[in-house]
Write a protein that binds this ligand. Structure first.
Ligand code: HEM
Ligand SMILES: *[C@@H]1O[C@H](CO)[C@@H](O)[C@H](O)[C@H]1NC(C)=O
Ligand SMILES: *[C@@H]1O[C@H](CO)[C@@H](O)[C@H](O)[C@H]1NC(C)=O
Ligand SMILES: *[C@@H]1O[C@H](CO)[C@@H](O)[C@H](O)[C@H]1NC(C)=O
Length: 324
């Protein structure tokens, strides 16, 4: 009798902890069919919009992938990078080269017409980053949905996202704190196989590295000359992958092996013994790169997601927290 009582109590507690997700990590509440009944065309609408915008401006593909990373890097993938109020992360100087906000707003506008208050901005950004990757020639993967939008965005947190000057230990721990390991770090950095950087992000490497008054010794001398020519102003743009800037391939990694990585943080992945083996493996196995990229992007998209009933909201406008 007494045993039966305790067993019942235990079962109730287990049930409660499942319902409230106490023991369950938040990403387990994401599901591939999340919008199946509430907005079945959501993914189709998103991919059509991304395709139309990227067709007009191919530079938006890398921009959206980067925007998704910056969203997930701070307070998880909760669409908070999209919040456009005074003092928000988006308004911080570190975020000034982020782009693609209008594309997300256009998608959101269409989704609000088709299925009001249903699809979160965080989910839109996650799916758009996947679609942008595919359009750039990268792999496809299934995105689980059900992220909710956060309500907090702080300009002072924008500098927590790696800026390209960090040491490898800092990069590894930044990723680790978000449940991403060294393979994820090296694989996701492979996004730099497309897209561009402003000269300001690596200027120190070409003139005064580490306060030495000399260029970065881990920079190929011909590449150094090229960069000096390309960087007349700090906001000039240079391709992150100098050899095949518009192709989603493993050249990013072979570049590192030839000392033609653009950012100091790119080049460090090959010079540090902890991450170099991953660079070598990805450089020589294109299929490993594309398959691991899919796996690592799903992991990135699941970082600190808001999925519980009492967390977050479905924003009506991605720029603002709901007022009602
Ligand atoms: C490992 C740490 C990382 C560092 C230090 C870093 C740093 C940077 C920097 C400095 C830029 C150029 C910004 C500018 O000056 O305009 C950039 C661009 C970019 N990053 Fe990263 N990044 C990192 C990881 C990632 C990850 C994980 C992704 C995606 C999953 C990503 C995707 C991109 C893309 C696609 C661009 C090009 C953006 C464009 O062309 O508009 N990065 N990154
Ligand atoms: C973001 O805020 C700025 C400043 O208030 C404004 O000019 C801009 O139009 C806003 N963007 C959107 C998409 O609402
Ligand atoms: C790496 O960067 C971190 C954070 O900026 C710093 O605390 C640490 O001392 C650095 N480590 C090395 C080996 O330079
Ligand atoms: C930068 O300078 C510090 C201190 O002088 C030194 O320990 C470090 O190895 C230097 N980093 C590089 C990449 O040269």
């Amino acid at each position: 009798m007494r045993l039966h009582y305790y067993l019942t109590l235990l079962l109730i507690l287990l049930e409660l902890s499942t319902i409230y997700g106490l023991a369950t990590p938040p990403e387990t509440f994401l599901a591939f069919g999340h919008y199946q009944s509430t907005c079945p065309d959501a993914e189709g609408i998103i991919s059509q919009k991304v395709a139309a915008w990227v067709k007009k401006d191919p530079t938006l593909a890398p921009a959206i992938i980067r925007l998704h990373f910056h969203d997930c890097a701070i307070r998880g993938c909760d669409g908070s990078i999209l919040l456009n109020h005074t003092g928000s992360e988006r308004r911080a100087s570190e975020s000034r080269t982020l782009r693609g906000f209008q594309l997300i707003d256009d998608i959101k506008g269409e989704l609000e017409r088709r299925c009001p208050r249903t699809v979160s901005c965080a989910d839109i950004l996650t799916a758009a980053a996947r679609d942008a990757t595919l359009l750039a020639g990268g792999p496809f993967w299934e995105v689980p949905f059900g992220r909710k939008d956060g309500k907090i965005s702080l300009a002072r947190e924008a500098n927590l996202v790696p800026q390209g000057h960090e040491n490898i230990t800092a990069l590894i721990s930044f990723f680790q704190e978000r449940g991403l390991d060294m393979l994820d770090l090296v694989t996701l950095s492979g996004s730099h196989t497309i897209g561009r950087s402003t000269c300001s992000s690596f200027m120190d490497r070409i003139c005064n590295f580490n306060g030495t008054g000399k260029p970065d010794p881990s920079l190929n001398v011909y590449f150094l000359k090229l960069l000096r020519k390309r960087c007349q102003r700090v906001l000039d743009l240079v391709h992150l992958d100098v050899i095949t800037p518009r192709t989603f391939d493993t050249t990013y990694y072979t570049n590192l092996m030839k000392k033609v990585g653009l950012l100091s943080t790119d080049q460090l992945l090959f010079s540090d013994p902890r991450t170099a083996p991953f660079v070598e493996a990805l450089a020589t196995q294109p299929f490993l790169f594309t398959s691991q990229f899919s796996v690592s992007m799903v992991k990135l998209g699941n970082v600190q997601v808001l999925t519980r009933p009492n967390e977050g909201e479905i924003r009506v406008n991605c720029n603002y927290v709901n007022t009602i």
